[in-house]
Design a protein around this ligand. Structure first.
Ligand SMILES: N[C@@H](CCC(=O)N[C@@H](CS)C(=O)NCC(=O)O)C(=O)O
Length: 207
């Protein structure tokens, strides 16, 4: 097993969290480097694409959250071996990434423009994605997104659903997922209720 260091911002969510969870669930030792936002401007140029997460594998540093999720998913036994199931897993992770990017693009907008952009997203783009993700979940058997077992796609969607329901996003109703894709909420509850995930968050003191 190579020496692993995962670097991400110091909070229990976002693009780096599925990788942290995968490593914990797989029982893989790693250095969990957590960067404070105040230190980020000095560290930014060290990241290959000036963004986090990054993963150091021995002396090589790589980036891109979904690439990291796939690689660690394989190490942790949380990524399908079958090509078609792997495709389903990837599609879901990339869709989650699309939603995250669309929301992130609104963060620095002036207040009025942010309100308009987010209301449009909630009524249109995000709703469409959530409905389609729910359809994907149903088609895969209703419990997991791929391979009839836990994969990194489940972890990525869990983090997305937690974020959307957290109330942290102004102008995106926190009950949106519950209203348009209730099976994603059930999926979220099932995954965070797993003993391995629950134990991790108990230790991290995250509800
Ligand atoms: N496509 C990249 C996006 C990475 C990204 O934008 N990360 C954000 C945090 S979630 C970041 O580093 N923001 C700080 C910055 O851009 O200065 C990925 O999936 O890893």
């Amino acid at each position: 097993m190579p020496k692993l260091k995962l670097t991400y911002f110091d909070f229990d969510g976002g693009r780096g969290e599925p990788a942290r969870l995968a490593l914990h669930i797989g029982g893989i030792p790693f250095e969990d480097e957590r960067i404070s936002p105040k230190d980020w401007p000095q560290l930014r140029d060290r990241a290959p694409f000036q963004a986090l997460p990054t993963l150091a594998v021995d002396d090589k540093v790589v980036a891109e959250s979904n690439s990291i999720n796939r690689y660690l998913g394989k190490l942790a036994g949380l990524y399908p071996k079958d090509d078609w199931q792997a495709m389903l897993c990837d599609e879901v992770m990339d869709a989650a990434e699309d939603i995250g990017t669309r929301i992130a693009n609104t963060i620095d907008l002036p207040a009025d423009a942010k309100k308009k952009a987010r209301e449009e997203l909630a009524a249109g783009g995000i709703t469409r994605y959530l409905e389609q993700l729910q359809t994907r979940l149903k088609a895969a058997g209703g419990e997991y997104f791929a391979d009839q077992r836990l994969t990194v796609a489940d972890l990525k969607i869990c983090m997305l659903v937690r974020w959307l329901r957290s109330g942290a996003l102004d102008h995106i109703p926190k009950d949106l997922v519950d209203r348009v894709a209730p099976l994603l909420v059930k999926h979220f509850e099932r995954i965070v209720g797993r003993p391995d995930v629950a134990k991790y968050y108990e230790r991290r003191k995250v509800a």
